[in-house]
Design a protein around this ligand. Structure first.
Ligand code: UD1
Length: 385
């Protein structure tokens, strides 16, 4: 078996890290070896969106960087395909492993399958049933051409079977992103971020001051001025009770400037956060972000993965979207789907922050135990190595 692992955008890095670690463990303990190399498409390339994560998560430097950068969907996807085909022709892998649902995922899966290379999709089967989301298209297409579909939650199996995927390709293995989170939870405690903003007295303290965390980057939320301002009006309201820390994605940063929305934000600079308000900060690395979310009273987000992380951390999560492709975070976890209307975001947040809080019974979804990557490599080794 000769495997190419693919990463491209920020949410891929925490998913590939445990897979590479599990491959290394397998190769160190078995007579058979799985040869593997890592390709970075360069979809995300800024230090804060990429290199910080390699450093924090100890991911080895990619053997190959396609350096595609930002472009329209078609140009970015095409450019990845063009360059990745050359990589496959030269390196002749037997398998290509892709994670998640970004443009790099579908681009590399499509190249591989047309060259007769088996495709392994990690985090398969998730569906929001909203085809206006670019990720939903990437998920459906990638799953339809994958040979191994590793899934995180039961809904994934149901969705794939409904789409006619043969059951023998589907494996419920748990959640590789949670593997990474559990592994780094202890280390994240030494992050200095909260001390820097005066939200903790020192890194050893277990007590943080009350605050919320916000992340927003989905085109449907930030590319439309009316939607974006409605969301920010809601967050402003919440921020009058608890300060809101907002690590700003680069595409969101551009929209804030374009829509002249700077007036929503307070400036923390390097100073301490003492007043109510919304505080923008630059994108942060994995360990700082884990420290930030772990200590939050509430997380407001339009991300997919953060819904899962907060479920395991036991931190309330208000999802600023009309749907989720990760329903187990609502049925078993701490997530509420608030939609994008101002009143609904405020109401969902207040339910968490005031009175008795969230009364639902909560549990960690099955197999979200830190061992998903090990299961994936075991299945692949048993069948292919
Ligand atoms: C991508 C994924 C999305 C994921 C998100 C996490 C797709 C379709 N979308 O969205 O699923 O949730 O990553 O971050 O693959 N930019 C930079 N530097 C970078 C990267 C991006 O400046 O390193 C800016 C550019 O202006 C770029 C814009 O962000 O045009 C969008 O980047 P892109 O990779 O196209 O999509 P994301 O919104 O990051």
């Amino acid at each position: 078996m000769k495997l190419i692992n693919v990463v491209g955008a920020r949410p891929n890095f925490m998913k590939i890290a445990p897979i590479i670690a599990a491959l290394t463990r397998y190769n160190n303990s078995s007579n058979k070896k799985i040869e593997h190399l890592l390709v970075h498409t360069g979809q995300h390339y800024d230090e804060a969106m990429s290199k910080l994560f390699f450093d924090d998560l100890g991911i080895p430097k990619p053997e190959i960087d396609l350096e595609v950068g930002s472009a329209t969907h078609a140009v970015q996807t095409a450019e990845i395909m063009r360059k990745f085909e050359e990589v496959c022709l030269e390196n002749k892998p037997t398998h290509v492993l892709v994670v998640g649902d970004v443009n790099s995922t579908i681009a590399c899966a499509l190249v591989a399958t047309k060259l007769g290379i088996k495709v392994i999709h990690v985090e398969a089967g998730l569906r929001s049933f909203d085809r206006t989301m670019p990720e939903e298209i990437n998920r459906i297409l990638t799953d339809s051409i994958s040979d191994y579909l590793f899934i995180t939650e039961k809904s994934g199996e149901d969705n794939l079977i409904n789409e006619g995927v043969s059951k023998d390709k589907i494996f419920i293995v748990g959640n590789v992103m949670i593997d990474t989170m559990l592994k780094h939870r202890e280390k994240a405690k030494s992050s200095k971020l909260l001390v820097k903003f005066g939200l903790k007295s020192n890194t050893n303290s277990n007590e943080a001051k009350g605050y919320c965390t916000l992340t927003l980057h989905r085109p449907s939320n930030v590319d439309d001025r009316e939607t974006f301002t409605g969301i920010m009006d809601a967050v402003h309201n919440i921020s009058q009770s608890l300060p809101v820390i907002f690590p700003v994605h680069l595409r969101t940063r551009k929209k804030i400037a374009e829509f002249r929305m700077e007036n929503y934000f307070n400036n923390a600079g390097n100073g301490k956060i003492t007043k109510p308000g919304i505080y923008c900060i630059d994108p942060i690395g994995y360990l700082d972000f884990l420290s930030l979310t772990s200590n939050s009273k509430l997380v407001l987000t339009d991300s997919g993965g953060i819904q899962e992380e907060t479920t395991v951390l036991g931190v309330p999560c208000v999802t600023i979207r009309e749907n989720t492709e990760r329903p187990v975070t609502v049925t078993d976890g701490t997530n509420v789907i608030a939609g994008t209307k101002k009143e609904n975001i405020i109401e969902s947040s207040r339910t968490f922050l005031e009175g008795g809080g969230d009364k639902r019974d909560k549990k960690i979804p099955p197999l979200w135990d830190g061992n998903a990557a090990g299961r994936i490599i075991k299945i692949l080794a048993d069948k292919e190595a």
